[in-house]
Design a protein. Structure first.
Length: 429
């Protein structure tokens, strides 16, 4: 697996060197440091091969983290390890990870490298577990002479559920689920959809006692087509890409498309996904640009909310671009929200605090252009939009059920929220 782990600064100087195998020599490392890091090529290629040695690296601020091996190893696994190491160091160093922190805490870093990797294989990467017996500044979280506490740490670190300790108790058992989606849409001047996709994440915060097993189901198209209880109008969603938290049992998901997991006792990202089919746009835009003369333009925009009446969008912002030589803008009272011309962005900025569903708002603006020497034609940038729409998902994803099984057989309270945000939401004019 991994032969060595190094931390190098941007000058090519080796700050930390931990060798797990002796098949990568110092001359190999110095060749990498001089040819790649010092030559400023480290950001371009995450994998470099020099004299038969494979160097997998990533740059974080002024530090380059490198793993070396002479074997044909899993590159994505090693990159994931390097990023987890960055998260671990930041958790120990108060959120900062730079050259000064590395020099100040080099003894602690060597201790951590001894624990998280064993003979080149990743082992323990859970911050909560490591902080129980690798402490900082003399702080003690447990009594290392207490055999019961040491037994619990050993079970958590070496067991199949290292992300959750045993014996957790909560006064009230609750589960909070947030489905957050970012919608990316590009519309043409003829109001035709050129691109549409949704990038979403499911955030979970479980305040549950004991060691519960949760089953999470959504309206996946593969399940809805075979489920006789599903409504005929609910056709389900088709996931293009998805990624799960390590607590999810992938084998069960492959069989029954249900997400089964034992949750950590903290907020975490259960899964991320991407969907490109049957995207529902929350807004419809109808922009118009009229030339009133050589130095005057009339901009009009009609915005319609396509979601249900009981839903209300918030923090709506629309940027209607203007030519660079715009001198001033005259905007009558839009009736809803506030609008103004921003010279710095060369755009009319329209802000609407609340936008109820099935409503239609309009904006009319007139701008004056300054005279220029060249008659260069205005290349029109697209209208950009930002918004938050609660209780709405552009992909149509819905949580069908959440089952919690625990030996004490308690009934938790379940809270589910949906939120759609604007990613890259543009309309050409």
């Amino acid at each position: 697996m991994i032969s060595s782990i190094l931390l190098i600064n941007l000058k090519g100087e080796i700050l930390i060197w931990r060798a797990y195998k002796d098949n990568v020599s110092r001359s190999d490392w110095e060749a990498f440091a001089s040819q790649v890091v010092h030559a400023k090529e480290s950001r371009e290629k995450p994998v470099q091969t020099i004299s038969g040695t494979h160097f997998i690296h990533t740059t974080q601020g002024d530090i380059v983290l490198v793993a070396a091996s002479r074997e044909n190893i899993n590159v994505m696994l090693v990159l994931k390890l390097l990023f987890k190491m960055v998260e671990l160091f930041k958790a120990y160093f108060g959120g900062n990870f730079d050259e000064s922190q590395v020099k100040k805490n080099f003894v602690l870093i060597y201790e951590l490298l001894d624990e998280i990797i064993d003979y080149g294989f990743p082992q323990i990467l859970e911050v909560d577990v490591l902080k129980k017996y690798i402490t900082q500044g003399g702080a003690k979280t447990i009594d290392l002479n207490d055999q019961e506490q040491l037994k619990k740490i050993t079970v958590q670190a070496t067991g199949v559920c290292s992300w959750r300790a045993e014996g957790i108790k909560h006064r009230k058992n609750e589960v909070f689920i947030d489905v957050v989606e970012n919608i990316n849409i590009l519309m043409s001047t003829k109001r035709e959809r050129l691109r549409a996709d949704v990038s979403g994440e499911i955030l979970v915060n479980c305040k549950l006692s004991g060691m519960p097993e949760c089953k999470f189901g959504m309206n996946d198209k593969l399940i809805m087509s075979t489920d006789t209880r599903a409504r005929s109008s609910d056709k389900g969603i088709a996931l293009d890409d998805y990624r799960f938290h390590q607590c999810v049992r992938l084998s069960k998901f492959d069989v029954d498309r249900e997400i089964t997991f034992i949750p950590p006792d903290e907020p975490f990202q259960l899964m991320t996904y991407r969907i490109t089919e049957s995207i529902e746009s929350p807004f419809k835009l109808i922009p118009t640009v009229k030339v009133l003369g050589r130095n005057r333009l009339e901009l009009s925009l009609q915005v319609t909310a396509m979601y249900d009446r009981n839903i209300e969008a918030s923090n709506v912002r629309i940027d209607f671009p203007c030519p660079k030589n715009t001198a001033k803008g005259h905007i009558p009272n839009p009736g809803h929200g506030k609008a103004r011309f921003d010279p710095a962005q060369s755009a009319v900025i329209w802000r609407i605090r609340r936008f109820p569903g099935r409503q239609e708002y309009s904006l009319l603006a007139e701008v004056e252009l300054a005279s220029t020497i060249s008659d260069k034609q205005w290349v029109r940038p697209p209208i950009k939009m930002a918004f938050d729409v609660p209780q709405f998902t552009a992909s149509g994803l819905r949580v069908r059920f959440l089952k919690v099984q625990e030996k004490s057989n308690y009934k938790p309270v379940k809270w589910i929220r949906y939120l759609t945000k604007a990613g890259t939401y543009e309309h050409r004019i």
